[in-house]
Design a protein around this ligand. Structure first.
Ligand code: CP
Ligand code: NVA
Length: 303
């Protein structure tokens, strides 16, 4: 349905919309817990489908809906008919009769496409194997709180070419910052993504040299080496060891560079304790901002 406001991926939205959501997130953060915090989603219900584990996404959406005056219903794979083979199309049509929006976390990105096709209410991507747009909205909000506009700045990724970095590349194209992605050659994000970004005029580079990527960066980002659903943990650890974010790698970034990680983290693997718990790390603000920016996404979808 063309007039339904879905939040599916950052590349599906234009700069103005992303800016509207980011600034709403900042204003919702400012008024949180004050008399100015209104409840624009009074009486609204968000159904959240989880086919993979989650702590932050689950709790931040649940708390966010409550704070906006709405409610949530959670469906897990093990306790819904979706987990027993009911089609996404039928599930979408039924849930649209009960709820005002649907959030899904799934390993199968085609389920997001099906939901969009058959739901008559907004659909929000809470992570697929292909992308994690809510996370990157929170990350950008966090960068801008600490350092001002991200436009024209340089973001470096060192690690696996996974779902999180895909959404970073989408954001680089939409919001005009440089994105350098350092991964082992075997774990690069797909080339279609980079071709798309270049066509959009984005300044995105792929490398297998983490030091070159981080050199002069304003923000260094990494993520787990083994995402949910990856079944090649052993070989990944070997390939990714040179991409670990440690103090030596951070020393190549700008002296005021920030460090981010979407969490959950594995200290001593993708990032050392000294970096993730050190002075450049803004991971707790980053996690908190999931709440604020998702409240903004919800109000945008449902307004
Ligand atoms: N970063 C993130 O999405 O965390 P969860 O898997 O805990 O939701
Ligand atoms: N890349 C990770 C992100 C977790 C929030 C995963 O997909 O498991």
């Amino acid at each position: 349905m063309a007039d339904v406001r879905h939040f599916l991926d950052i590349d599906r939205l234009d700069r103005a919309t992303l800016r509207t959501i980011l600034s709403k997130g900042a204003s919702l953060k400012e008024v949180r817990g004050t008399v100015d915090a209104d409840k624009p989603l009074d009486g609204k219900t968000l159904v959240m489908i989880f086919e993979k584990p989650s702590t932050r996404t689950r709790v931040s959406f649940q708390v966010g809906m409550q704070e906006l005056g709405g409610h949530t219903v959670i469906l897990n794979d093990s306790d819904s008919q979706l987990g027993r083979g009911e089609t996404v199309a039928d599930t979408a049509r039924v849930l649209s009769r009960y709820a005002d929006a649907i959030m899904i976390r799934t390993d199968d990105p085609t389920k997001l496409v099906e939901l969009e096709k058959y739901a008559t209410v907004p659909v929000i991507n809470g992570l697929t194997d292909d992308s994690h747009p809510c996370q990157i909205m929170a990350d950008i909000m966090t960068f801008e709180e600490h350092r001002g506009s991200i436009e024209g700045r340089t973001v470096a990724w060192a690690g696996d070419g996974n779902n999180v970095v895909v959404s970073w590349v989408h954001a680089a194209a939409r919001l005009g910052f440089e994105m350098r992605v350092a991964t082992p050659k075997e774990l690069q994000p797909n080339h279609g993504l980079i071709e798309w970004a270049k066509k959009e005029g984005a300044n995105v580079t792929l490398t297998d040299d983490p030091q070159a990527a981080v050199s002069g960066a304003d923000l260094v980002v990494t993520d787990t080496w083994v995402s949910m659903g990856d079944d090649d943990a052993g070989s990944r650890h070997n390939m990714l060891a040179p991409f670990r974010v440690d103090e030596a790698l951070m020393s190549h970034a700008n002296s005021d560079a920030l460090f981010m990680h979407c969490l959950p983290a594995h200290r001593g693997e993708e990032v050392t304790e000294a970096v993730i718990d050190g002075p450049q790390s803004v991971i707790w603000d980053e996690a908190e901002n999931r709440l604020h920016v998702q409240k903004a996404i919800l109000t945008w979808c449902l307004s």
